[in-house]
Ligand binder design. Structure first.
Ligand code: GDP
Ligand code: IMO
Ligand code: MG
Length: 442
């Protein structure tokens, strides 16, 4: 008995943990890398964010866009875990699972933490209203959120009185009582808004309890589940939603999301302590993109940015919005490597850079009259920084067919070697197209 408890409670176990985390402002290609690495892990675990994430996986020419369901679901037999740190829109989760089932993908192995917080219809209204108010006359205060109710749900988690958790969905009487309180809070905040049934406790109870019944077989204490798996020697793959520069503490605040997207969020979002991480794979694009508001020093609002957008099909997986595109910001990337404890890097969408005569990479900023090689996470500071570029020679050859290091043109290899030297960590994966097979693994 003592021994069993020790295993479960002290984490003295043998399984390994890998993290996949975005190093930029999202959409770096995390879904593709999770899919690749899922093959050698037993469970894929989401720890943060919610349906604001859009992770694309292309398998055998079929394209899947995953939002709440962990990307490992596409590998039969892998456990897919939605951890306590995720904010779950239950109806969206059910729809996403049904859509996968309709395409022949089994979701049998998916489990959800009873302690994950629930995104309710009023959260999405609050998200809209907050954006409208913040945009004011100039439009400059709007974050450009995904309007999935993420921020308001995390705010309620901290607020407590108006929060609903997945476990509450399974106890209709208690759910009703909690929704009565939540709706009182929300009615003042959403006064004057036509909320329909979104502020009606009876209607909300019926809707959410019905979703809860559908999810009942999947609801677990995922913290003990994950520790039990580790104790059995099983390996876990943590799939970060959103990305480092959108982290609520370490990103370009206030133009961020509302969770800890970095590896630092794994402990709070799953109950697995940070010291368990063996391998941290940082995912970066060969250039930079951003969706929504906030500073982006290397943004190219010109033919260069347009060319990247069209070659990279840089339109949001979740909202369809055109992504802002620009040169690779290595100052920001090196900051993210530091924050996450990255042990290796995957360079994605490298094929998009074919055809540029020169490639610019940002290696420092000019800020307040001097040069710095440190990132400036405060949005006001970063907005005043101007990039200092180094110019590297481009490559004309299409590289989508490359499968080995030697297949890459010399200038493409030089670009990757420059990244490795600057970041001080090895590049272990190079992606040259969306398909599973369009990958060089070092
Ligand atoms: P995530 O949110 O980090 O999982 O990334 P998204 O799925 O939102 O965006 C990445 C997009 O790039 C998806 O459409 C992928 O299919 C695509 N993609 C991934 N790797 C590559 C690559 O190496 N080359 C190209 N051209 N597309 C890629
Ligand atoms: P994946 O996992 C890109 C951005 C939004 C907005 C800000 C806050 O696909 O990389 P939110 O709805 O979270 O309150 O929006 O964060 N954002 C993302 N941008 N990829 C994502 O996820 C994002 N998740 C949030 O565009 O600027
Ligand atoms: Mg995405």
């Amino acid at each position: 008995m003592d021994e069993i408890q020790q295993n479960a409670e002290t984490g003295k176990s043998t399984g390994t943990c890998t993290s996949v985390v975005g190093l930029h402002w999202g959409d770096e290609g995390k879904g593709k890398v999770v899919d690749l690495l899922a093959a050698e892990h037993d469970a894929v675990v989401r720890y943060n964010g919610g349906a604001n994430a859009g992770h694309t996986v292309v398998v055998g020419g079929e394209r899947y866009a995953l939002h709440l369901v962990p990307s490992g679901i596409l590998y039969p037999g892998k456990l897919a875990v939605v951890g306590n740190g995720v904010v779950v829109d239950p109806e969206k989760l059910i729809d996403e699972m049904a859509a996968l089932e309709a395409r022949g993908v089994s979701t049998e192995s998916l489990v959800v933490s009873s302690r994950a917080h629930v995104v309710a219809p009023y959260h999405k209204l609050e998200d809209e209203v907050r954006e409208q108010i913040a945009s004011g006359a100039t439009g400059s205060g709007a974050i450009g959120t995904t309007k999935r109710g993420i921020g308001p749900c995390y705010a309620d988690k901290a607020q407590r009185a108006s929060a609903i958790r997945v476990g509450d969905l399974l106890r209709p009487e208690m759910l009703r009582a909690r929704l009565e309180v939540a709706c009182k809070f929300k009615s003042t905040r959403l006064a004057g808004i036509d909320a329909g049934d979104a502020l009606n406790p009876a209607a909300l109870t019926a809707r959410l309890a019905s979703a809860g019944e559908k999810l009942r077989p999947r609801v677990r204490d995922t913290t003990y589940l994950l520790h039990d798996l580790l104790a059995e020697g099983k390996s876990l793959l943590f799939e970060g939603g959103n990305a480092t520069l959108l982290d609520v503490d370490h990103g370009t605040y206030p133009f961020v999301t509302s969770s800890n997207c970095t590896t630092l969020g794994i402990s709070t979002g799953t109950g697995v302590p940070g010291r368990r991480l063996d391998r941290v794979v940082g995912i970066m694009k060969a250039y930079c993109t951003r969706v929504g508001g906030g500073p982006m020093p290397t943004e190219q609002v010109n033919e260069i940015g347009n060319r990247i957008r069209e070659r990279g099909r840089e339109y949001g997986t979740t909202t369809g919005r055109p992504r802002r595109c620009g040169w690779l910001d290595l100052v920001a990337t090196r900051y993210s490597v530091m924050i996450n404890g990255v042990t290796e890097v995957a360079v994605m969408l490298f094929d998009v850079l074919t055809g540029f005569e020169d490639l610019q990479v940002c290696t420092a900023y000019n800020f307040e009259g001097s040069r710095t090689d440190r990132f400036l996470p405060d949005a006001v500071d970063l907005g005043q920084a101007t990039p200092v570029y180094e110019t590297l020679p481009g490559f004309a050859e299409e590289i989508t067919g490359a499968r080995r290091w030697q297949d890459l043109p010399a200038n493409a290899r030089g670009y990757i070697e420059f990244i490795e030297r600057f970041l001080g960590v090895p590049v272990s994966i190079i992606s040259v197209g969306p398909g599973r097979e369009q990958t060089l693994v070092g």
